[in-house]
Design a protein around this ligand. Structure first.
Ligand SMILES: *[C@@H]1O[C@H](CO)[C@@H](O)[C@H](O)[C@H]1NC(C)=O
Ligand SMILES: *[C@@H]1O[C@H](CO)[C@@H](O)[C@H](O)[C@H]1NC(C)=O
Ligand SMILES: *[C@@H]1O[C@H](CO)[C@@H](O)[C@H](O)[C@H]1NC(C)=O
Ligand SMILES: *[C@@H]1O[C@H](CO)[C@@H](O)[C@H](O)[C@H]1NC(C)=O
Ligand SMILES: *[C@@H]1O[C@H](CO)[C@@H](O)[C@H](O)[C@H]1NC(C)=O
Ligand SMILES: *[C@@H]1O[C@H](CO)[C@@H](O)[C@H](O)[C@H]1NC(C)=O
Ligand SMILES: *[C@@H]1O[C@H](CO)[C@@H](O)[C@H](O)[C@H]1NC(C)=O
Ligand SMILES: *[C@@H]1O[C@H](CO)[C@@H](O)[C@H](O)[C@H]1NC(C)=O
Ligand SMILES: *[C@@H]1O[C@H](CO)[C@@H](O)[C@H](O)[C@H]1NC(C)=O
Ligand SMILES: *[C@@H]1O[C@H](CO)[C@@H](O)[C@H](O)[C@H]1NC(C)=O
Ligand SMILES: *[C@@H]1O[C@H](CO)[C@@H](O)[C@H](O)[C@H]1NC(C)=O
Ligand SMILES: *[C@@H]1O[C@H](CO)[C@@H](O)[C@H](O)[C@H]1NC(C)=O
Length: 689
């Protein structure tokens, strides 16, 4: 504790609030967390201290599960946890602050303290984290798509200042020296990987940290461990520099840390991201890192005196639309952020967990609390679905914003920061063709094309899709003149803003350039922001949707292929509110909701992930609703195949080779208990809204 600082606080403040602050500071006067450079160690309350930490992201699980995961982390022998703070999760729209539910940072910090865990906070503004836009709010792109992110661009700094003025005081109240558990705070992340080195920006962040967190708090940076990454922030020596690297076999740690020592000769050695697993991307193979290699590497680092954070110790889930993407080439991450971590996506303690726990016991000689049991996972059975609403038939209920202009406008311009936008244009009258070639100059990220006629504008014909991985954005289709094709519709899916790599700059989504049909540009566009979440969240019984008439009549292949919402209902008793996994293997690509909670994107046609994790906390006693937005091909040509099974086992692609499609398999799971059938679903109103 810096006594001069304490007196300064006492002298300058003479109000009641400062009195209580002074009392608190006084009673915590023994609490300090500092760096002893001479002895290459941290000092906690004046004593040498080595932290053994694990990463957990409070926003990647439900608050109902925070306690279980933290208890298991403490029981592994960890004495700290490391968290990121995602700016965009806390400020989803300009001026709209969220600190409740999964965003209740203060509660999470308090809970960690209850479990006797210190906290290392990585406060951003940029966090990477395989999180949408690396934690930056996409509304920055709406203000100015050319704004230079992660730089001293005054527009960016102004937004950062506003956010840090909200965030850092929350952290300041929970600093270790103030009686809380936060020992260190990181600003920015792996800035050395950007290839830019804007020191005015780095100094600005440092000053913000000092202004709100005081002169004593350990402020640190993290970069890759090789010299190239350390020549910007680490070399500047404002922040205490740490590095990140995974298991390296028997490579000498002295060699690994040599580049860091070259720029920061003294102080405790820290590995801020020791990779216990790795990230996945759609169409890739599920990454796995050998448990023995991880625990051996950990044992060596602990023996060498390194303070370690295991990344991830618990990975969790990218619910909703929160996954990020690496680029180039664009590689969006799947919904599961299991990360092959010691704790599985549902909190199960893996073999890797047991090994790590034993290594920590051996290294510290301290016996942690007993390991809590795995939580229950149930195979809840099968829920039958039926097609309830087509995209084009329900635009009235979906549209939240519309802009008419000569050329399409970006999603962010529409105020649509995640999810979907729809673009509509008319094919000019007298257009003389049956073979069409549609070409998009630039579109992000995944486009579904439909045509509709003048007489039946709401009945779309699915023309095909264009993926971000296609070499050119061209779609050829045939439409007979006699069917009167007049409207072209392009549904565009934002698959996650880039979170890592050069393409982070200007990463706007939607139709971004000209659209041509047989070489001639199409003008006169209607750009719509769509809100599927609102529709999916409505209770089934009160739903009045236009497509219900179609649903009663049965479905032909064209309708089944059109982007549609499929819904079902099932009943659970209070003993069945356990975790489970939804098997989407017979669907192809879309989004899943239960009781209005957006569980994330599914895409078994790409893999590696096939099932989606359903936390027990989203289930309810009594009636539950399920909604599936299928965009490419629903298995719903007949009632028996239009269903979702809830399983006791995940399938995130453990054994499948990269790129192996698993979509549209046949069902043969008749043994599962049927929770509800389409016939039992409530009758729907046929009328339009
Ligand atoms: C903190 O450091 C700044 C800059 O070095 C200095 O101006 C300020 O007086 C210090 N504050 C305290 C309370 O020591
Ligand atoms: C730490 O360093 C100081 C000064 O270099 C020395 O006097 C002290 O003995 C060291 N403490 C330990 C525990 O090594
Ligand atoms: C947008 O940002 C760029 C880069 O900072 C700047 O040059 C430009 O003037 C800004 N445009 C507007 C309209 O503010
Ligand atoms: C350890 O690394 C330093 C450079 O950081 C080097 O000077 C020293 O010789 C190395 N020591 C051993 C034992 O390898
Ligand atoms: C996606 O994952 C695969 C591993 O399955 C990897 O080979 C590939 O490099 C990843 N792609 C990108 C762009 O990160
Ligand atoms: C907990 O779950 C993991 C992974 O599912 C399994 O390997 C482990 O054996 C389970 N532990 C216990 C005590 O059942
Ligand atoms: C822990 O130490 C014991 C006793 O020395 C040893 O048998 C065991 O292999 C060690 N475990 C690990 C995971 O290092
Ligand atoms: C629901 O819970 C009861 C009591 O635990 C159990 O017998 C039953 O099998 C469960 N049903 C399902 C579908 O898991
Ligand atoms: C398509 O319809 C237009 C009138 O809208 C007509 O001029 C043209 O000949 C028709 N083309 C074909 C191939 O039928
Ligand atoms: C689409 O049609 C154009 C013109 O007919 C042709 O050149 C092109 O190869 C086709 N592209 C694809 C992807 O089929
Ligand atoms: C139901 O549809 C599936 C494809 O979705 C098909 O394989 C199956 O034969 C159909 N069953 C009946 C009875 O039509
Ligand atoms: C998911 O359903 C498919 C199709 O019925 C089935 O082949 C697959 O085994 C199921 N997945 C799991 C993990 O049971």
């Amino acid at each position: 504790m810096n006594l001069i600082y304490l007196y300064a606080v006492l002298l300058t403040c003479a109000c009641l609030a400062s009195f209580s602050l002074a009392v608190q500071l006084d009673s915590n006067s023994q609490r300090s967390f500092t760096i002893d450079y001479d002895n290459d160690t941290f000092l906690k309350d004046g004593q040498p201290f080595q932290y053994i930490s694990g990463s957990i992201h409070y926003f990647r699980l439900l608050p109902a599960d925070w306690d279980d995961r933290l208890a298991k982390m403490r029981a592994a022998g960890l004495n700290a946890v490391q968290i990121y703070v995602p700016w965009n999760f806390h400020v989803p729209r300009p001026g709209q602050h969220r600190f409740t539910g999964s965003a209740d940072l203060d509660l999470f910090l308090a809970l960690a303290q209850k479990h006797d865990l210190l906290v290392i906070v990585r406060a951003g503004p940029y966090i990477c984290a395989e999180w949408d836009f690396g934690g930056l709010p996409a509304w920055l792109l709406q203000r100015n798509a050319s704004m230079v992110m992660r730089s001293s661009d005054p527009q960016f700094l102004a937004a950062v200042d506003e956010w840090m003025a909200v965030l850092l005081p929350i952290i300041a109240r929970r600093l270790y020296s103030s009686g809380g558990n936060v020992i260190m705070v990181q600003l920015e992340n792996e800035y050395g990987s950007t290839g830019q080195c804007d020191l005015a920006y780095i100094r600005h962040l440092y000053q913000l940290g000092r202004r709100y967190l005081g002169n004593q708090t350990v402020l640190f940076s993290t970069d890759g461990q090789s010299a190239g990454f350390l020549k910007c922030v680490a070399k500047e020596r404002l922040f205490y520099a740490t590095v990140d690297f995974g298991p390296e076999g028997t490579k000498s740690l002295n060699d690994t840390f040599a580049p860091l020592r070259a720029v920061q000769p003294k102080g405790p050695l820290v590995n801020s991201e020791y990779y216990a697993g790795w990230l996945d991307n759609w169409s890739g193979q599920h990454a796995q890192v050998d448990a023995k290699a991880v625990s051996d590497g950990l044992a060596r680092m602990l023996a060498y005196g390194v303070s370690v954070n295991i990344y991830m110790f618990f990975g969790g889930t990218n619910f909703g639309y929160w996954n990020g993407a690496n680029s180039p080439p664009l590689a969006p991450q799947p919904t599961s952020y299991d990360y092959d971590a010691p704790l599985a996506e549902n909190g199960d303690t893996r073999y890797k967990y047991q090994l790590i726990r034993q290594v920590i016991i051996n290294a510290t000689g301290r016996q942690p609390p007993p390991v809590p049991p795995n939580s229950t996972v149930s195979s809840l059975g099968t829920v039958k679905l039926r097609r309830l609403a087509s995209l084009l038939g329900n635009l009235d209920s979906l549209i939240v914003n519309r802009v008419d202009s000569k050329l399409p406008v970006a999603m962010e311009t529409l105020g649509q920061y995640q999810g979907f936008a729809l673009y509509g244009a008319q094919i000019p009258k007298g257009y003389d063709a049956t073979e069409y070639s549609l070409r998009l100059a630039k579109a992000r990220d995944f486009v579904y094309a439909f045509a509709s006629s003048e007489s039946q504008p709401s009945l779309g014909q699915f023309l095909g899709s264009i993926s971000y991985s296609d070499s050119e954005a061209v779609l050829n289709f045939t439409a007979s003149n006699s069917s009167g094709v007049r409207n072209l519709w392009l549904l565009v899916e934002n698959c996650g803003h880039v979170n890592y790599g050069g393409d982070l700059q200007g990463n706007v989504k939607g139709i971004l350039g000209s659209v041509t049909l047989n070489g001639a540009p199409l003008y006169g566009w209607r750009s719509y922001a769509l809100d599927f979440d609102r529709l999916a969240a409505r209770p089934l019984r009160s739903r009045r949707l236009a497509a219900s008439a179609e649903a009663h009549k049965g479905q032909d292949a064209a309708q089944a292929a059109q982007a549609s919402l499929y819904m079902g209902e099932f009943t659970l008793d209070k003993n069945n509110l356990t975790d489970t996994y939804a098997n989407l293997s017979t669907f192809c690509k879309g989004q899943l909701w239960i009781n209005g909670f957006n569980l994330g994107r599914y895409w078994p046609c790409a893999g590696p992930q096939v099932t989606l994790y359903v936390p027990g906390a989203v289930l309810r006693e009594g009636s539950n609703s399920i909604a599936v937005l299928e965009l490419l091909q629903a298995p719903c040509l007949n009632d028996s195949s239009c269903r979702v099974d809830f399983l006791a086992m995940p399938d995130i692609g453990l054994s499948r080779p990269a790129g192996e499609s698993v979509g549209r398999l046949e069902y043969d799971r008749e043994s599962l208990q049927v929770l509800a059938t389409a016939e039992e679903l409530p009758q729907l109103d046929d009328g339009r809204m």
